[in-house]
Each structure stands twice: as C-alpha cells, then as structure tokens.
Design a protein around this ligand. Sequence first.
Ligand SMILES: Cc1cc2nc3c(=O)[nH]c(=O)nc-3n(C[C@H](O)[C@H](O)[C@H](O)COP(=O)(O)OP(=O)(O)OC[C@H]3O[C@@H](n4cnc5c(N)ncnc54)[C@H](O)[C@@H]3O)c2cc1C
Ligand SMILES: *[C@@H]1O[C@H](CO)[C@@H](O)[C@H](O)[C@H]1NC(C)=O
Ligand SMILES: *[C@@H]1O[C@H](CO)[C@@H](O)[C@H](O)[C@H]1NC(C)=O
Ligand SMILES: *[C@@H]1O[C@H](CO)[C@@H](O)[C@H](O)[C@H]1NC(C)=O
Ligand SMILES: *[C@@H]1O[C@H](CO)[C@@H](O)[C@H](O)[C@H]1NC(C)=O
Ligand SMILES: *[C@@H]1O[C@H](CO)[C@@H](O)[C@H](O)[C@H]1NC(C)=O
Length: 566
Amino acid sequence: MAVNPFTSLLFASLLLLGPVAGTGACRKSAASVTKSQWSSLNSTVDGRLVSVVPSALWCQQRGGCTDAEWSSARFRLSNIPGAMDSYNYEQAYDGVGLVCLRNNTANCAKANVPLYSVEAQTVADVQAAVKFAAAHDIRLVVKSSGHDFLGRSTAADSLMIRMKNFKTVTFVNNFKGASTSMGSAVTVGPGLGTGDLYQLAKAAGKVLVIGSAATVAAAGGYVQGAGHSILSRKFGLAADNAIQFQVVVASGQLLTVNSQSNSDLFWAIRGGGAGSWGVIVSATFRTYGTFNSTIFVQTYATTSHQVAADLMQLHASHIFDYEATRTCQYFFLQKANVTAIPILTLYTIAINQTTPQTTALLAPFQGKALAISGVTLTSNVQLTSDTNDLVFFADDISGIDLITGSRLIPKETYQNRVSKIGPAYKTLLDVGTLNILGHLVAGGQVAANSGISSAVHPGWRTALVHLLMENPWTDGATITEQNHVATLWNDKQLAAIQKMTGDDSPGAAYSNEAAQVEKHPEETFFGPNYAKLKSIKTKYDPKGLFIVRNGVGSDDWNAQGTCRLH
Ligand SMILES: Cc1cc2nc3c(=O)[nH]c(=O)nc-3n(C[C@H](O)[C@H](O)[C@H](O)COP(=O)(O)OP(=O)(O)OC[C@H]3O[C@@H](n4cnc5c(N)ncnc54)[C@H](O)[C@@H]3O)c2cc1C
Ligand SMILES: *[C@@H]1O[C@H](CO)[C@@H](O)[C@H](O)[C@H]1NC(C)=O
Ligand SMILES: *[C@@H]1O[C@H](CO)[C@@H](O)[C@H](O)[C@H]1NC(C)=O
Ligand SMILES: *[C@@H]1O[C@H](CO)[C@@H](O)[C@H](O)[C@H]1NC(C)=O
Ligand SMILES: *[C@@H]1O[C@H](CO)[C@@H](O)[C@H](O)[C@H]1NC(C)=O
Ligand SMILES: *[C@@H]1O[C@H](CO)[C@@H](O)[C@H](O)[C@H]1NC(C)=O
C-alpha cells in the first residue's frame, strides 16, 4: 500500500515533539462531550450549531457538487462549513494514503475537520462558543473564509466558530476610537470578503489597504498576519492601517482593542499571526479618498527555463523603475505542468497613474525583454479605472491540493545581488516548481512605516518582494508526485532562495502565505517579536484556547494542538 508523503512530515513532527498522551496534559475530545451538553450550547446559540463534514462528504450527501461548485470559494464558503480552500487541509494523512476524496468518501469520517460549528450571528454566539470550549477543555478553531495556506482554520475533533455571517460595514469620516479624531475609517466584520469590500469602498468614494481576492477576510486572518495589498507601497500594510479591533478573548469577554485600550493586545494582533489572540468580531481600518489607477496585465512567453531565468534577471534589474510611483507589481512565473514552458504574467498596478504613464513606466523593461531571443509578448490588457475596480476577481479558486513556501526578499538583494536572481529562478524551475509568485508589495510606505510599534515582522520593513512558491498536486497524483511536492520547500526551494539572498539564516516570511513545514516558524514568522508576543499571549490566553499550527504559543503544544508539551 502506498505511503502518503505528508505522513512522514507529520510523523517527523510527532517524533520531534513527542506525544504526551497519558500525562494528563491533553485536552478532552470534543466527541466526549455529551449530546445534552451540545444541545444546551445549541439552544444558547439559537440553533446555530451544525455538524461538520469534509467537503467531499458534504457533496456526496447532497447528491454531488458540479466542478464549478467544487472549485468556487464563494460556493464552498456559503454552503459547506467544513470546507477549506486548500482541500488537502481537510485531510487526515494517515500513513497509507487513505484520504477523503470527491470520488472516494470511504475514509471521510477521519478527516481533519471540526465536529461541530457555531455559525455565529452575534457576539453572544461567539462568547457562548468560546466559554463552552474553555469549560469543556476542547480544541477550538476559528474560520472566516477558510483560505488559510497553513491549514490553521480547521482541526479534527474540535468546535469551530465560523464568522462568515459577520458582514457589517460602516464608513465614517471621523472615527472616534482611541482619540476623538482618528479620521476617515471603515469598520468591517470578518464575514465580508475583499471583493465586496472594494465595491462598497468605491460607492463610499474611498480606498483602503486590503488584499487581492474575492473572499479573503480583511478582518480575519489577513490583517493579523500583516496584510499586503496593491496599495501597500502607497499606504503601508493592512496592519499599519488597522486602528481598532473588537475581540472576544479566551475569558469570553468582548474587548475594545486600540492604542489606548488593551494596547498590548493591539500591538500583538497587528502582525502577531492569525488565530492566536481571540475572535475578531470587527476591525477598523483607515480609509483614503479614492482615485484612479491603471492596471496592465502582460503575458510574456518563453522557450526554456534558461530563457525564463534570463527574463527574470532582467526583470530584477528593472525593479527600481517602479519605485518613484510606488507601483505595485505581481510577477508570476508559472508552468501549467512539469513539461510545460514557463510563462511570465506581469500584473502592474500603477497607483494614481494614467495609461500613457504606465506604458512609459514599463517601456525600459519591455524593450529589453523583447530583445531576449525566445521572449514574446503574447497579451497586454490595460484598464484605467477607480482603484477599487482593479481587483476584480468575482471568485477565488478553491477545492485544490496546494501547499506553499515563501520568503520576504530584502531590497538589498535587488540592489547588490541581481546576478544571483536569474540562477535562482533557473534552479527553482529545474527542481520542478510550477508557480513562482513574486509580489512587489513592500518598500515605499511599508518601509517608511518602520517606526510603527506593532508585531509586524521587521523583515517586512527592509524587504522589497514577497516571493511565494505555490506547490499543487491533484487527487490523481501518484505517491511519487506527492512526495516530490511535500518535500520541495524544505529540500530544494528554500536553499535556492537563500543562495539568491546570500543569507542562510532562517530569514523572514509572511506567515499568511508560507510553509506549514517551516523549520523555524517562531523566528521566520515573528523574528525578534516572538518573546514579547508570547508573554502577551499568556496574559490574554493563559490556557492556550487559541492554538494554531506555527502560531504564537504553539511551540508548547503538539502539532494537532491537543496536548501540551510543557
Ligand atoms: C485567493 C487568495 C488571495 C490572497 N491574497 C492575498 C493578498 O492579496 N494579500 C495578503 O496579504 N494575503 C493574501 N492571501 C492570504 C490570506 O491573507 C490568508 O489566506 C489569510 O489567512 C486569510 O484569512 P481568512 O480569515 O480569510 O482565512 P481563514 O482560513 O478563515 O483564517 C485564517 C486564519 O485566521 C484565523 N481567523 C480567521 N478569522 C478570524 C477571526 N474573525 N478572528 C480571529 N482569528 C481568525 C483562523 O483561525 C486562521 O488561523 C490570499 C489568499 C488566497 C487564498
Ligand atoms: C441545533 O438546533 C437546530 C434548531 O433546533 C437544529 O436544526 C440543529 O440540527 C441542531 N444542531 C445539532 C448539531 O444538533
Ligand atoms: C502541459 O502543459 C502544456 C501547456 O499548457 C500542454 O500543452 C500539455 O498538454 C500539458 N502536458 C500534460 C502532460 O498535461
Ligand atoms: C494623484 O495624482 C494627482 C496629480 O498628480 C495628485 O494631485 C494627487 O494628490 C494624487 N493622489 C494621491 C492619492 O496620491
Ligand atoms: C477615472 O477613470 C474613469 C474610467 O476610465 C473615467 O471615466 C474617469 O473620468 C476617471 N476619473 C478621473 C478623475 O480621472
Ligand atoms: C476522481 O474524480 C475526479 C473528478 O471527476 C477525476 O478528475 C479524478 O481523476 C478522479 N480521481 C481518481 C483517483 O480516480
């Protein structure tokens, strides 16, 4: 029988950490809570307690899901409490490849999904669920969109609080939070996805720093991780623009969290990592008057890994062309499959610039790119509109098997080590990387905000680029193919990136788009802030109710977050 590769990773972490069952330090199983106790919680939350099954089983019980439904984040979010975007996180990899698939639901009972979910509508629902999990000493998880790339919004044998119904949004001209005059701001619930928020902002004549997706929860995991945006080089990170949170903490209390009130938690929640602090029921972000920007989406075809690497080196040598205008650019080098030829897609979002200005901005790179033998420009779509129109995703891709790995690439690499960048791309392609996603979202105001006191990893302030590997596989992939994907980040990709930056220390990574198998998560995700974060965590969550994989305090728990190690 085939051995699933993720098992070796899981086993490795279990061996490293050592199981402690029997020491009395484990939580109780949610399944051991009695029917009448659940039923009493259900009454408290007005019947909004639902059973959770993995999405494959949900579809089967319904009589099937179409491919369009299966792969739609919006469909899964509105209908399937147990759904994760990266479907692999719903799996309990068990050593023999017995996973829960769309066309084979035999093993779905063991899946890595909660037992029950409180489909919260009110703050009181959230408080009831938090108190219930604490009183019964069971594993608790919080989910808004289920986008998480580290699988932090699902856990087996747990109670979930799902926040998708918290869709309130209020724009005000003068927010009164810590002071009486905090200026133009918007307060949003974590159920509101970025796609809807952009359109509401447009209607209000505002812009704000949020992500590039239809359904990512601005007030959920996104802002707690730091939150990058097409506007971050202009206005800073989402965490830099967050001015207040309403949070239900482990005691069940609803706290107002801002620079005056619970200011230590305010420091921690802005960058200290998703899911570790409490349940955010709303977040308030600064807003700015809206303006037009221009997006160019250009596709460059190549003919080989070497040509693609030469193109990326040229790209790196022009990356400072976009500095003065604080232009954002996503530069995605992708292959449809291992044998396909790489294609570069450049999404250039020129903030407050016109089409002719954007053409001029890109001309130096474009001229030299087309002079490389084998490089052709195959499409060039241009749009100038209200900035809120430029993130136009109607939906997000979901229901896929995907793991990620990333690093924040220092500005210094692009200043002094450009000759190392082409070879790094060549290696990344040669080892089988399909998606090398460059995000020019740092520098500019992200760097200028280095004086803000928050838990944002200081690596963000000296970075220029967030470089993300997306490593997918399909349900039909062979064990050899899966093994390749599971080991790519730690065995091959990270080394290629470290050779490029010339830094073999763990470096800094954006915790929201990173590797679950990261070897030094405390240092890589939180850097010098870890010790302070941990003491704040202990103050607000002394018993570790909010434990997520690779989050603050998770080093005290086993990989499942069910047993305390120390
Ligand atoms: C298509 C796509 C596009 C993306 N684009 C961007 C981008 O442009 N910029 C960017 O910075 N990131 C982006 N991301 C990454 C995104 O920031 C992370 O996936 C983030 O974890 C999403 O948060 P969420 O709450 O929507 O997801 P969830 O999976 O619901 O939650 C993620 C984490 O946050 C916790 N959490 C969720 N809600 C709450 C809450 N209300 N209170 C407390 N904890 C909560 C969960 O427990 C979990 O740990 C993108 C992801 C996807 C899939
Ligand atoms: C909770 O109560 C509602 C309404 O009475 C009911 O429909 C639902 O099945 C109950 N949930 C569980 C998990 O029993
Ligand atoms: C790989 O991708 C290319 C380009 O999209 C396609 O033509 C080819 O058929 C694919 N090969 C396989 C094995 O899927
Ligand atoms: C946009 O550009 C105009 C004209 O150059 C300038 O007056 C305005 O302040 C800019 N707006 C922003 C938000 O930068
Ligand atoms: C913004 O772009 C829209 C759409 O292209 C255009 O109609 C409008 O005049 C522009 N507004 C400004 C202030 O340039
Ligand atoms: C399972 O079903 C999907 C969708 O119908 C199909 O693409 C896939 O090949 C099947 N997988 C296996 C292992 O049969």
